[in-house]
Design a protein around this ligand. Structure first.
Ligand code: FAD
Length: 509
């Protein structure tokens, strides 16, 4: 039995970014007085300062924590997000939308794409997009909550403000916050488990269970415990980003944009009070100066901040729970932000940890199960991300030529070929991205199935016409009845507009 194999009454969260406060808020709310929870963070070090686009499970996370949505959106200057608009990914000039919604109507034996493909083979010219409520609403800039959660959405939010909201909750629920830089991580001599964090001031924060939320530094899990890291740069070659905030130009749209350029892509995320922008690129093919010039040349409003330069390595920590330390957030690994999956992985890790919270001894079986489940999530997301780069027809730059011809994991190759040959996609276990996500991105990137399920042919031509026509009309009619997104946000959760900071003095490239 090691020193840490006792009831983990004292839980210490190292780091107070989105990961630290998401973990602290959820643990404090769920576990209440059964744990003694302390979070250590350093204002002097600060947070990564990005991470504003989310995916729908965050709605559930906030509901689980009992967060009032309108108040939360007001406090975080949030807008609604219905998906991501991808420009120039398949080819320069191409465009597709990955929406959060269902498209058309599935049959239990076959997804809607099979019926749409049958229609296409029989002369129906309508786009697959026309059958998806969220997609059509997004492109028309409309939004409203709908009965029975029929509109599937996420948020675009200010991550610094989100951490503040979570901090207030966590502190109200009994979490303690300690300010200061962690200078040393103390280990038990015999077991090697973490015993305490020692701050610059000399203060020691002891615990039985430690959450490493120190971001890319991975102070506990890597710098102290050397859990190891699998580097996936060969599959996900972007390794740098520059972020900048700008004034909004026009009302916020209910979607995030991902605009490909010749060595990566650029994001645009509209919040209520400003927009987040960033250029993600591969430093092998684009210099920092050229990347900055490109970003500044392609932002819409006045810049409000100085550029924030970030370096990262896509990959995963080999053991996310190791000894008495659980890595949550960027310390556990990072895959570039194309599909806004990082905050979601924080959510999964936190909920998983709460489900596996040790009662007495830390069980090696819990650790193994946690690591297996986290790893499986990560691999599935990794494959989905690689798809965007691999399935491209672009060959107009060395970056895209590399992506188009790179080796890919067998799991992804199987998924692509299965879809190409049969139109089928299978969601395995608790895979994050549903069938329709894969279908939208595969077709958007130019992979068109050669066949479809024979059940689609059960429909006579007039029945198929009626089915497709009705589905399309219902979507069009419903969207026409929705309010404009910006007006809806203002009514539902409009935040006071803060005084704009002086525009950063910088030349536009
Ligand atoms: P950080 O924000 O870096 O926080 C680390 C914390 O540890 C800070 O409080 C810091 O003060 C503290 N700390 C570190 N060292 C010490 C020390 N020695 N002593 C005391 N405290 C210390 N995710 C999404 O879901 N959607 C997105 O759109 C998205 N976009 C992204 C774009 C880019 C370019 C990058 C790099 C990431 C993006 N992410 C996105 C990921 C997202 O930003 C992170 O997952 C999220 O912010 C969590 O970060 P974190 O809390 O793990 O780390």
């Amino acid at each position: 039995m090691t020193d840490s194999n006792r009831h983990p009454r004292r839980i210490v969260v190292a780091g107070g970014g989105t990961a630290g406060w998401m973990a602290a808020a959820a643990i404090a709310r769920t576990m209440g007085r059964t744990v003694d929870l302390t979070l250590v963070e350093s204002d002097a070090i600060g947070t990564v300062g990005v991470g504003e686009s989310t995916i729908p499970p965050l709605v559930t996370y906030n509901r689980l924590l009992g967060i009032n949505e309108a108040e939360f959106m007001r406090a975080t200057q949030a807008t609604f997000k219905l998906g991501v608009l991808f420009d120039d990914w398949k080819q320069v000039g191409s465009r597709y939308f990955h929406s959060f919604g269902l498209t058309g109507k599935d049959h239990w034996s076959a997804g809607f794409q099979h019926f749409w493909l049958h229609g296409r083979a029989n002369g129906h010219g309508q786009s697959y997009d026309d059958y998806c409520l969220e997609l059509v609403a997004a492109m028309q800039g409309r939004f409203a909550h709908m009965p029975e959660d029929r509109m599937n959405y996420a948020y675009q939010l200010d991550s610094t403000l989100y951490a503040k909201v979570l901090r207030q909750m966590a502190e109200a629920d009994g979490a303690k916050r300690v300010e200061g830089r962690i200078a040393q991580v103390e280990q038990h001599g015999e077991s090697g488990d973490i015993a305490a964090l020692v701050l610059d001031s000399g203060k020691r924060v002891e615990g039985e269970l430690f959450l490493d939320c120190t971001g890319f530094r991975a102070l506990l899990i890597e710098q102290t415990l050397h859990a190891g890291f699998d580097d996936w740069t060969h599959h996900l070659p972007c390794d740098s980003a520059i972020a900048i905030q700008t004034e909004n130009v026009g009302p916020p749209v209910p979607y995030t944009r991902a605009m490909a350029h010749d060595a990566g892509w650029q994001w645009r995320i509209p919040l209520q009070h400003r927009s987040g922008n960033g250029l993600v690129y591969c430093s092998r093919y684009l210099s920092r100066d050229d990347a900055l010039a490109r970003l500044l040349g392609n932002i819409e409003g006045e810049a409000l901040t100085e550029p924030n330069f970030l370096k990262f390595t896509s990959g995963v920590r080999r053991k996310q729970w190791y000894r008495n330390c659980v890595a949550v957030g960027l310390s556990s690994g990072f895959m570039e932000p194309l599909e806004s999956t990082a905050i979601h992985l924080i959510q999964r890790a936190v909920l998983r940890l709460i489900r596996m919270m040790p009662q007495g001894e830390i069980s090696e079986r819990d650790i193994a199960e946690f690591n297996d489940q986290q790893h499986a999530d990560t691999l599935q997301i990794r494959d989905f991300l690689i798809l965007h780069y691999k399935a491209t027809e672009r060959r107009d730059s060395p970056f895209w030529r590399y992506c188009g011809t790179m080796e890919i994991p067998e799991t992804l190759a199987q998924k692509i070929e299965l879809f190409r040959e049969t139109g089928r996609v299978f969601r395995r276990n608790e895979e994050l991205f549903a069938e329709n996500s894969w279908v939208q991105v595969m077709m958007g990137q130019g992979i068109m199935p050669r066949a479809y399920h024979p059940i689609a042919e059960k429909l006579r031509a007039d029945e198929l016409d009626a089915l497709l026509g009705n589905l399309r009309d219902t979507v069009a009619r419903t969207v026409a009845s929705l309010p404009e997104h910006g007006a809806y946000v203002a009514r539902y959760c409009g935040a006071a507009q803060p005084a704009m900071p002086a525009a950063a003095a910088m030349a536009r490239g």
